[in-house]
Design a protein around this ligand. Structure first.
Ligand SMILES: [Zn+2]
Length: 203
């Protein structure tokens, strides 16, 4: 059993300002993450990337690019396990090894953690907090991981837009639709008066 341990994590940014946080999970890869970075750079937008240690080890230069282009790099475990399949110490090892890989590739040590599938047992949540990580879930899942196309991704997100909303996207995996969706989504949000922030820009 798992719970979305909300006492130890956020699902929205604590703000009344008209801001949104774009978050991209499961990268960095060599194909989609660079495309996402190109799009964000074109709009001058900063986002948050929850990276897998295994992907950072395979694509250290893409991890470095995430940081050098002003985005927040964050921890998403090493191998993307379900909470029920790992003990507290196994999860902590995944997180620690991932932070070390990120630090090695980028010189940044992540402070934010997002559990794979949004799953975290009570004991795991307590251990992650004790290790000093802030936990972020999300307000709306774009469902881009399911292989849907750009218009569907946008349609999933727009109804949930609100001040401080955290938008869940992916920059690796089965996400061919993200390159189409992202420019349109950004422009819709901007037309509605939103600006984009990293998770650590609102406290
Ligand atoms: Zn994930």
């Amino acid at each position: 059993m798992f719970t979305q341990h909300l006492a130890n994590g956020i699902t929205m940014l604590p703000t009344t300002e008209r801001v949104l946080a774009l978050t991209f999970d499961d990268g960095p890869d060599a194909e989609f993450t660079p495309r996402v970075l190109d799009i964000l750079r074109g709009y001058g937008i900063r986002a948050t990337f929850f990276c897998l240690g295994s992907q950072v080890a395979d694509n250290p230069f893409v991890a470095k690019r995430i940081v050098s282009e002003g985005h927040l790099i964050a921890n998403h475990t090493w191998s993307h396990p379900h909470a029920a399949d790992v003990t507290v110490s196994q999860l902590l090892r995944e997180v620690t090894n991932t932070s070390e890989a990120i630090a090695e590739a980028t010189n940044e040590r992540p402070c934010w953690f997002r559990p794979p599938f949004g799953e975290l047992t009570d004991d795991q949540a307590a251990a992650i907090s004790k290790a000093g990580y802030k936990v972020a879930f999300w307000t709306v899942d774009s469902l881009d991981w399911s292989g849907i196309e750009g218009p569907e991704i946008v349609a999933n997100v727009v109804p949930a837009l609100d001040n401080g909303a955290i938008l869940l996207h992916h920059s690796a995996g089965n996400v061919a639709g993200i390159s189409d969706a992202l420019p349109y989504l950004i422009e819709v949000c901007q037309r509605l008066g939103y600006r984009f922030v990293r998770l650590d820009e609102v406290r």
